[in-house]
Write a new protein. Structure first.
Length: 300
């Protein structure tokens, strides 16, 4: 406030306060404690799409980190159940995500060993009464201190009431109860089938506090996957071929419907285009390096 005196008058001029910039929030990326998360996020950056998964991974890391700080501060902290359920159509990245999460848990030393075991129905279901329960217990024993990932878990329920698959499910539920924080179980499968699978044992749903759905990729994301897949195989997609490939992806996605296998379909497209390119180049006797790498629109 500034006061100006003139004969017979007093003028008061209010001067605005200078705004002070808010204190910058510390950047966690610069903290040496978080090198593990930085490494994991670098791996995630290589994946097309999956924005929701990337958020989940950061949440899991933050929860583990703060849980450790709570223990160091003398706060009584119970171990968290980290069993997970992944649902999504084929080729949406469920297995890749499970491997990345397992690697993060290993680096964070959440689990004693941190190893990753991938299993399917044949690894759990036996051929006679009692055999299945033993096979399942043996598999869980191998997974102790690490992550057990069972893809297409709904296949355990395919055989009906007399099938030994239900025995495997019941045994898994019991093992999860008896060894709550000694291993992490990740079950994965297609959404509709997994919804039915959860009805087969009343205690199954509550054993999985973390559930994540992997959305189908959109056409543009699938094109990015095509470029990435081609590059991994030392091919380049001609710029002029992009609209042709985009149309082909959209057409196949529409035609296949729920059977469309996302990333798997894209890999098949690239491999088929590479064969077409080979036939095209056979007509010539000399080839430049660029020609040998380039996939043209006609190849798709």
């Amino acid at each position: 406030m500034k006061q100006i005196n003139q004969p017979g008058r007093i003028h008061v001029v209010l001067q605005p306060k200078e705004k002070t910039a808010p204190a910058a929030e510390p950047d966690w990326r610069r903290h040496p404690d978080h090198e593990t998360l930085l490494d994991i996020e670098k791996e995630l950056e290589k994946l097309i799409g999956l924005a929701d998964l990337k958020i989940l991974v950061r949440e899991l890391y933050a929860a583990a980190y703060i849980n450790k700080k709570r223990i160091e501060a003398g706060i009584e902290t119970k171990g968290q159940m980290l069993h997970m359920m992944f649902t999504g159509n084929p080729g949406t990245g469920k297995t890749t995500a499970a491997r990345i999460i397992a690697a993060m848990f290993k680096q964070l030393r959440i689990l004693e060993k941190g190893h990753f075991i991938e299993a399917e129905r044949a690894d759990l279901v036996g051929e006679y009464i009692g055999h299945t329960a033993q096979k399942t217990r043996d598999l869980v024993k191998k997974a102790m201190g690490g992550v057990l990932f069972i893809d297409e878990a709904y296949s355990l329920a395919r055989g009906g009431e007399k099938d030994f698959g239900k025995e495997a499910i019941d045994t898994l539920v019991k093992q999860m109860e008896d060894h709550q924080n000694e291993f992490i179980l990740i079950l994965a499968g297609y959404p509709r089938e997994m919804a039915h699978f959860l009805t087969l044992n009343p205690g199954l749903h509550s054993r999985f506090p973390i559930s994540h759905h992997f959305k189908d990729y959109d056409v543009e994301e699938l094109y990015q996957i095509a470029e990435l897949t081609a590059n991994e195989k030392c091919y380049d997609i001609d710029a002029a071929a992009k609209p042709i490939l985009l149309n082909k992806i959209e057409e196949e996605k529409r035609k296949e419907g729920f059977r469309f296998a996302n990333g798997r379909n894209i890999r098949t497209m690239i491999e088929k285009a590479a064969r077409k390119q080979a036939l095209r180049l056979m007509k010539k006797t000399a080839h430049s390096k660029k020609e040998l790498r380039l996939l043209k629109g006609e190849d798709f």
